[in-house]
Design a protein around this ligand. Sequence first.
Ligand code: PLP
Length: 499
Amino acid sequence: MPSPGNDPKRSDEVSALIGAHLQSGGSSFDFLIRRTPDPIFDVIQDYEHDPKPDLSTRPDAAPGTAKVNMSTGVNLGEHGEPALYNMQSVRKAMCIYAQRFESAFQAAQDGNYSWLPDFLGYLPTSGHAGFCAVSESLLFGKNSTLRDAGRICTIQTVGGTGALAVGAAFLRSRAAFGDVQGPLFTGPIYTSDYGWPNHRLTFETLGFEVEEYPYYDTRNHSVRFDDLKSHLLTAPAGSVFVLQLSGHNSSSFDFTRAQWIELAEIFSHRPGEVIPFFDAAYAGLKDGYAQDSWPLRHFADRGIDFLVAHSFSKSLESYGFRLGTLSLVRGTGSQPLTGAPAYLSEAQRVATIAIDQLKTVLADGASRALVSNCPRMGAELVEIIFTTPALRDLFDKEVAAKAERCKQMRIAFTDYMAKLGFPEFDYVRHGSVMFALLDDITPDDGPRLRELGLHMFRNRLVIPRLNDVTLPFVCKVIAQVLREKRAASGGPDLDSLPQ
Ligand code: PLP
């Protein structure tokens, strides 16, 4: 059946109706329809409107008498406190920054304002150079040869989402490729199933066609690697593949090293046709930066062109600072475009230019158009952390502690569910970083889960939201809903199992 949009008769009717409405003094905006920006925000609203007390104020409450917020993926500490509270590296950097600002401010009393731009001025369109260097060293190693070989450039972005948006916009922009018909990545953009809903929203808003590739095998709790490979081999030229680097949101199951090697092999055979776009939103939080970013170095070694969106939101607990970077990695160093006709414009000769110029093309071509300049302060804090050895040490330890806490809570959840008679959740202990998708919990269970006090996005558990208080409550709610469902479908009587 045609939609009103492509049924000429209906779209004429709609146009006539809108025309009449505007003629009679109505506003164009009367026709706006609220599209849920991201379904996760509905979970937060439901939680806020639930009149039950939060479990933290009634730690011994039974299911149905308190509520728990299991919405966004944020790191919380052992007592449900925001993890930023525990990130001393960030707090100390803030203090250093405040002191520097104060001393500079005092200098203004002597009429010296030259410091002002260093704190309050615009950054260049490519962002804060020191911050970008930190991001590169985390992803590619401190002494990466890529930079010297002219193969990598990094710009600052507004969080990881900004990096995804700027990267995608750049790939299809004329600023990047001029009128060259060759290596244009105009889409589709492929993102994984059971993935992060905002990928689709971001890329569709930029006008891309977005497709899903098969990723999560719900039965075996692993990656549907063969299905994914067929997609990659047959995707049309111009396709972009978004690959989550580690801690896959939402399945929590990542590619193995052997699978990354196979993927690199396929990409290396389709240069200019399909391009990987890595999403490094949870880098460092699985097994540390060096391990988690290994696939990037492997792809670079294989001579593959790719992009990386790196978010600092989770590793630094700095969600509101909106810290991210976009790196562009060239499969080879700068090479002259052999036989380039004289009429090609400078933009069209981009492949031949030095990496610093490429960085300018990236920044001025897409970032400038979308956000103009990135925020300065958070970037300064990161530079302080990474140029102060004691803070750098602290940062490493704190990231490791968060990773360890997630691992421990996975085990605790699995054990508790087994104790309640549900050993089938054993797979949860094998997932990575923040999330777990709960088998047998479906969107239809939402109302009952909420009634019992669990406000969760579909069946997605946020592991660091579990602690000594929330874990037993959450497990009991899940167990109760599963028991009720199984009893209703005539399954085995699970009421005899431990409660
Ligand atoms: N990519 C994935 C998979 C994410 O889960 C997130 C955040 O939750 C992001 C990107 C974006 O991160 P940021 O908050 O820095 O924009």
